[in-house]
Design a protein around this ligand. Structure first.
Ligand code: ATP
Ligand code: MG
Length: 564
């Protein structure tokens, strides 16, 4: 298992666990679980929970189970199970042989339900869903008891067995816990434990047509697995008494405790699986792994690293009150990690031809260029240089304004890793007047990047040799939404989508060392940003596709500097 940091984090959950270990509450044992419902791909919010549950288990030499919380046949699938397995692994965590499914506990849960009926702690209610809602009352008004609340145990057992046998249509009956219809906590007003749903389950098929509700299934699944600390998000705080009620009434051997923490909210994106599914279904993104999605699969494809995500999760910490984390912090963590690990290379996204008039035709020389300015261990590669180059179109202006220091007629600049070149003339498209080629001369004495006579240049620009460069497609990804909180801007999140969140550049030229770049591997395109080779290929003929992971500009570093 990975240890996320050498200085171990501490927070209120870890405090509780340390106390419990000290007092030997669970015979010195600790066990957590990550319990996703396989009804969508995991997102960065889930990553927070994954890092917390697995991180804590590693820190205190406990265990963390991976449990599919699959108690609702609608929307669950094996595709999602596989995505969850892949993503938790990719983040660097290991559940060893402890992969569990709540659906494996259906029979046990059913037996627990029978037990509650026999104890007169559960009853079959035949009110409609609407009626149940009306009877429940509100925050200010007490609820009303169901007319079916006092059915005899025999009648309840008979009806519940027939519910299981498939005798009734959906919605005609439910099994409810008999607790307290006037409880100030609405969750405790005879909550539903089972409902009829005649749907095929992705694992149990048609074996069942009644399915347990979260509140009933979760605490018992935790108990069955011997979980000691059942960590969940804050919205389940009101459900904790119910969690304990089931465990108490059933006198289960092992009684886990539920602890709530604040879920992660992130600006400029959304964290609801239902809404993310909507984006996928109406094809506003290319899939769950679209690099603009806040999913782990999307972030992986975009070039985010597990280390960056784990570091982010550690930095935001665990708290007891909800807040919104700035997307700039996540991007900062990604830059920080890629700055260390990404080899530097040269790529020209919008090429402009440069001809060096005094460089011999047919001559090629090679520059030895280090992959990293601070880490010699990363080695170097040879970059060919010849008479015709591509530079970034925006690095040349025919009529430059005052503060433009790059290439312009009569102006000299340095080529990264190489010579000084000076613009002597331009060739234009006769019809449009557009500059199509820039002519320069080079100074052979400046191969080291410096002039022996001490003269200086104001800019260094990147380039590739036209005859050696490889064509590539580059996808410039940006934040998916224009606004910090797409959900409060009205009910329709789609109006907040940023139409500029993806720009595809099809005529990029990259240095030849990238020919064998491994899908998914990160690079810094010097002066441009961090990119990775797209691990998913949409078009067969295109050999190289790069995804922009993140720009070089770090707004978070600026924010924190200002705050100093
Ligand atoms: P839903 O239950 O509506 O499908 P969910 O996001 O809660 O959505 P789950 O699959 O139930 O999805 O979540 C698995 C685990 O991840 C739960 O323990 C949940 O508390 C946790 N989790 C979900 N979203 C976040 C978040 N934004 N921040 C932290 N933890 C989260
Ligand atoms: Mg949930």
């Amino acid at each position: 298992m990975v240890q996320t940091n050498s200085s171990l984090p501490s927070d209120f959950i870890r405090d509780i666990i340390e106390d419990d270990l000290k007092t030997n509450k669970y015979q010195g044992r600790m066990a957590t679980r990550f319990p996703p419902e396989p009804n969508g791909y995991p997102h960065i919010g889930h990553a927070k929970s994954i890092c917390l549950n697995f991180g804590i288990a590693a820190q205190y030499r406990g265990t963390c189970n991976l449990r599919m919380d699959d108690t609702d046949p609608s929307g669950e699938s094996m595709e999602y199970v596989n995505a969850i397995i892949r993503d938790v692994k990719w983040l660097g965590f290991d559940w060893e042989d402890r992969l569990y499914y709540a659906s494996d506990y259906y029979e046990k849960l059913y037996q627990y339900a029978l037990q509650l009926i026999k104890m007169s702690k559960a009853y079959v209610c035949s009110l409609s869903a609407d009626e149940i809602r009306q009877y429940r009352g509100t925050f200010t008004e007490p609820g009303k008891e169901s007319p079916y609340r006092d059915r005899s145990t025999e009648e309840n057992l008979d009806l519940f067995e027939r519910m299981r046998a498939g005798e009734f249509v959906d919605g005609t009956h439910v099994l409810r816990a008999k607790i307290d219809m006037v409880s100030p906590n609405i969750t405790m007003r005879d909550p539903v434990m089972y409902r009829i749903k005649k749907e095929t389950h992705y694992r149990t098929g048609d074996a069942w047509c009644i399915y347990p509700m979260y509140d009933f299934a979760h605490c018992l699944s935790d108990s069955i697995e011997g979980i000691t600390h059942s960590i969940c998000t804050l919205e389940f705080e009101n459900n904790r008494p119910l969690y304990n009620w089931f465990l108490d009434k059933l006198k289960v051997e092992h009684q886990p405790q539920q602890i709530e923490f604040a879920r992660l909210n992130l600006s400029y994106t959304i964290m609801s699986k239902r809404k993310l599914l909507e984006l996928v279904e109406i094809k506003l993104v290319t899939g769950w792994d679209d690099p603009r999605m806040p999913t782990i699969a999307g972030m992986r494809r975009r070039g985010y690293t597990p280390e960056a995500i784990r570091n982010f999760c550690e930095r935001i910490g665990v708290a007891k009150n909800d807040s919104i984390v700035d997307m700039a912090l996540l991007e900062h963590c990604v830059r920080e990690d890629l700055n260390e690990r990404a080899p530097r290379v040269m790529a020209v996204l919008r090429p402009l031809r440069v001809v060096i008039d005094n460089y011999p035709e047919g001559q090629v020389e090679e520059f030895d260029c280090p992959y990293h300015p601070k880490n010699a261990a990363m080695g170097s590669r040879k970059v060919p240089f010849s008479r015709v180059l591509h530079i970034e179109a925006e690095d040349f202006l025919e009529n430059p304004p005052k503060k433009f220091y790059r290439l312009a007629p009569g102006r000299e600049v340095r080529l990264r890793y190489g010579y000084f070149i000076k613009c002597v003339s331009v060739a234009k498209n006769e019809r449009t007047g557009e500059v199509i080629e820039v002519h320069c001369t080079y100074d052979p004495a400046t191969r080291s990047g410096f002039a022996p006579d001490g003269r200086k240049v104001d800019a260094t620009i990147h380039w590739v040799s036209a005859a050696h460069a490889i064509p590539a497609e580059v996808r410039l990804y940006d934040r998916l939404f224009r606004v910090a909180d797409p959900l409060t801007e009205g009910s329709d999140m789609t109006v907040c989508l940023d139409p500029k969140s993806l720009e595809i550049l099809r005529s990029c030229q990259v240095e030849p060392s990238l020919a064998d770049a491994i899908p998914g591997s990160p690079f810094q395109f010097e002066r441009v940003g961090y990119f990775c080779v797209d691990p998913v290929h949409y078009s067969g003929e295109k050999a190289l596709v790069f995804n922009r992971t993140v720009t070089l500009r770090d707004s978070w570093a600026k924010i924190t500097e200002k705050g100093k």
